[in-house]
Ligand binder design. Sequence first.
Ligand SMILES: Cc1cc2nc3c(=O)[nH]c(=O)nc-3n(C[C@H](O)[C@H](O)[C@H](O)COP(=O)(O)OP(=O)(O)OC[C@H]3O[C@@H](n4cnc5c(N)ncnc54)[C@H](O)[C@@H]3O)c2cc1C
Length: 431
Amino acid sequence: MKVVVVGGGAAGFSAAMVAKRTGADEVVLIERTDMLGGIALVAGIGMVGSGAYMPLTEERALGGASLYDDVLYPIATHKEVTMPGLDRAMLYNLTKLDARMQRVAKENGISVMLCKTVSDIKMSGDSVKAVILQDKTEISGDAFVDATGTATGIKGCTEFGYGCVGCILRCPYFGNPKGLVDKKVKTLSQLNAHGKPGVLGTSVLVPIASLSEAYQRQLKEKGYVFMSIPEGVEPDMDRAKRAWSYQMPLMGQPLISENLLIVDVGGQVKVTANGSPRYARSLRRFAGLEDSVIASPAVGARGHLVFGLNVVARKNTMEVDGFKNVLCAGTKAGTVAVIDVACSGDLAGYNAVRKARGMQSLELPKALALGAFNSYVGQQIEARTQGGVPKSPLTNVDTLKSLGVYREKNEDIVSEVKKAGLEGIFNRPVS
Ligand SMILES: Cc1cc2nc3c(=O)[nH]c(=O)nc-3n(C[C@H](O)[C@H](O)[C@H](O)COP(=O)(O)OP(=O)(O)OC[C@H]3O[C@@H](n4cnc5c(N)ncnc54)[C@H](O)[C@@H]3O)c2cc1C
């Protein structure tokens, strides 16, 4: 039995791992660029504060979270950074991500196909029989996962952003990303704070060697530096409001919103959410950043990629309407943060195996944070189909509390998973 996962980002990798561990004989992971990781190659904050610990603990109890335990923690630069306004953040080394993902995928028997773009699908009734690569090769399978993300490439970045900025997706070289299901189902856009389609990514990467020595020491020791905004430097609010992070509750916290925060992501710092769209053009005016150089995006301060452009309405099982054997995961399924896309990937991989075996797909119970959050994101997408404006979908303490599923103690989180009879399901053959 064979599962084919399209898109080698955080969601696709997670789906492939769970599909293999839950009994697929063969798992093929197809990625259009020459690296695994997708946008996570420029993310770096693996854990955005304590709100992410609860879903992670639940995911581990379910037997999932391989992206975290096998990939991100082993390459973490700082495992639990507590800083004012943001506690227990986890930072990982961006330059080690692709190699680590490839190694773990190989060790787990996943066949990774790099530099291969899926350009079409071959259907039989409502079932996909094979995906067709640009070079016309057909890759057949019993179940398929669309984890192709929500960036649409140069056209999307030009129409809704500031043009191609030479980001990690490298569309001029590898061609534009393209969804598996887009041809058959209607896709939707996440809206930015201007109410316009698409959200800007927030990541400007600066080599640590180009920062002042005092900052280099502080980064090594603590993992982060806060700096106040120099007099006369005005924020670029048009860019800021296009950013997905602008809608994050974190941005309401004065320390985060009124200072520039840089974090250590391995040899380079990430100018985080609050600063990269607002101050990218004036970084050298900050004390300690006088010699700073923007390494990514390739065209420096010009801007960021636009994503959130082709989200797909899906069921809580991650099945896509109109297809008998296709699931979706990650940003494609409406989530954004690395932790959330990974969890949705785990579920999609698990249900891909169930589908391929002719079994009913699993919906996580809403008593679990992951079940409640997944359903909440699904409703946000549904609201959008009816003309509503989705809020930023992120697992944080406030969202989980408002859903009535926030638990602090590890034993309470694990016991809820046990009560649902789901302990370890993502890590043993489906039965
Ligand atoms: C700049 C930026 C910074 C961010 N920083 C953070 C952060 O610090 N912390 C955090 O939690 N979240 C962060 N996010 C959000 C998070 O990183 C992303 O939402 C998440 O990594 C997306 O994962 P994904 O697997 O859904 O999609 P993607 O990462 O977009 O992966 C999709 C993959 O599919 C491939 N693909 C597309 N079409 C095809 C095709 N037809 N054939 C084959 N392959 C295809 C693409 O090349 C890509 O590798 C950030 C987002 C951005 C844009």
